[in-house]
Ligand binder design. Structure first.
Ligand code: ZN
Length: 152
């Protein structure tokens, strides 16, 4: 009787374990594609980044007009959360894209810092160069985002 109960219990354990493994399987698997869920999440984090991309046009107008004060105010004000917003969006990408995106974020901010310094020095050539480079890296970042129709 005892032996029989034990074999029933061990069989039950096998059934339960099999069930648990098959249930937990998909959720622990690392995603290697852009699933519809992931795309939906990306769209949410893309919103503030798309707004910032429009803000780049405003910054470009200040740069073109040699409006040093407004250019610097724009970098420190409206772009104050840009690194955070870009990083949130980068974190939703697949590992390979994430690495490339984070490199581009570093690039964008290196250019914006140099643009800020050049504007302080009232150096029109340098501000234009750094602005164009920041814009190119921003657009390269956007091209990494799947389902993004705004990337040029
Ligand atoms: Zn660059």
């Amino acid at each position: 009787m005892m032996l029989r109960l034990r074999s029933v219990l061990s069989l039950l354990l096998v059934v339960i374990t099999t069930f648990l493994v098959s249930c937990s399987g998909p959720s622990v698997k690392v995603p290697d594609t852009y699933t519809p869920d992931r795309i939906a999440q990306i769209q949410i984090y893309l919103t503030p980044v798309s707004e910032a991309r429009q803000g780049m046009e405003t910054l470009g107008e200040f740069v073109q007009a040699n409006n040093w004060t407004n250019a610097r105010t724009y970098i420190h004000g409206p772009f104050g959360f840009l690194r955070r917003d870009l990083t949130y969006l980068a974190n939703t990408l697949l590992p390979n894209d994430q690495k490339a995106a984070k490199d581009l974020i570093d690039e964008i901010f290196a250019h914006l810092e140099r643009l800020d310094a050049a504007a302080q020095d009232r150096n029109g050539t340098a501000t234009t160069t750094e602005y164009n480079n920041a814009l190119a890296d921003f657009d390269a970042f956007l091209r990494l985002i799947p389902g993004n129709t705004e990337a040029s």
